[in-house]
Design a protein around this ligand. Structure first.
Ligand code: ADP
Ligand code: C5P
Ligand code: MG
Length: 203
């Protein structure tokens, strides 16, 4: 099983890119695991602190899949800030895509990745995207989004996420609008696929 890990700041475009990559490889061949689903239940305070997520469970799930066993992936609900009742039963496949802000921070998780990807976008663009997304999809208040960003998201980004840019095999520039040119990111997708299947090209 080949592992592709995608890190990057909040609203850099990780989840969108990971879904596109999974669809390109084929949902019959590639699983997708989101770090956000591994939040430790009802966390109080800073959702961007490293201790809020169960990285040990992610690692043990990866090992289960590698051993050929199915796993039960938890589901986290951003609207209620807690785990939902449902789980997804996941069977092992050829490729496992992992995505999350801190998915390359811990050494044990970083080491197991066959291809490490960092999605890069400037802070102001990420805040603007997060604002639009969180108001609509996560039912947040604009003032709360800005306060949370300045007090927690931004400082934790420079502590736990940005350093991953320096260990990445592929750095994706995701500053530009995917709506104007949706296929622009496909070039990176081919490079990543070539990398896990043995070709030498890099970005
Ligand atoms: P992440 O998982 O890194 O937080 P998402 O994939 O959820 O990021 O993207 C955050 C928001 O920004 C979403 O509303 C998404 O549609 C939008 N978005 C992502 N990438 C781009 C892009 N290249 N251009 C414009 N909007 C984007
Ligand atoms: O998809 P994205 O990378 O933005 O998801 C991670 C972000 O989700 C974190 O920056 C964190 O602040 C936010 N989050 C939240 N509320 C929660 C859990 C996470 O705003 N209950
Ligand atoms: Mg996401």
């Amino acid at each position: 099983m080949k592992i592709i890990s995608i890190a990057g700041g909040s609203a850099s475009g990780k989840s969108s890119f990971a879904r596109r990559l999974q669809n390109r490889i084929g949902t019959d061949k590639a699983n997708l695991i989101c770090e956000d689903d591994y939040y430790l239940g009802a966390v109080e305070g800073n959702f961007d602190h490293i201790d809020t997520k169960d990285h040990a469970l992610i690692l043990s799930h990866i090992n289960d899949l590698k051993a050929g066993n199915s796993i039960e992936v938890p589901r986290y609900d951003m609207k209620i800030h807690d785990r939902s009742e449902e789980v997804e039963v996941m069977e092992p496949k050829d490729v496992l895509i992992l995505e999350g802000t801190q998915i390359l921070y811990r050494k044990k998780l970083s080491r197991i990745a066959d291809c490490k990807v960092y999605i890069d976008a400037p802070d102001d663009i990420r805040l603007a995207r997060r604002m639009a997304r969180d108001i609509i999809e996560r039912k947040r208040d604009p003032e709360d989004i800005i306060n949370q960003y300045l007090e927690q998201v931004k400082p934790m980004h420079y502590r736990y996420t940005y350093p991953s840019k320096y260990v990445a095999d592929v750095i994706i520039n995701n500053e530009f609008s995917m709506y104007k040119n949706p296929s622009r990111l496909d070039r990176y997708i081919e490079i990543i696929i070539n990398r896990v299947t043995g070709s030498e090209e890099t970005v």
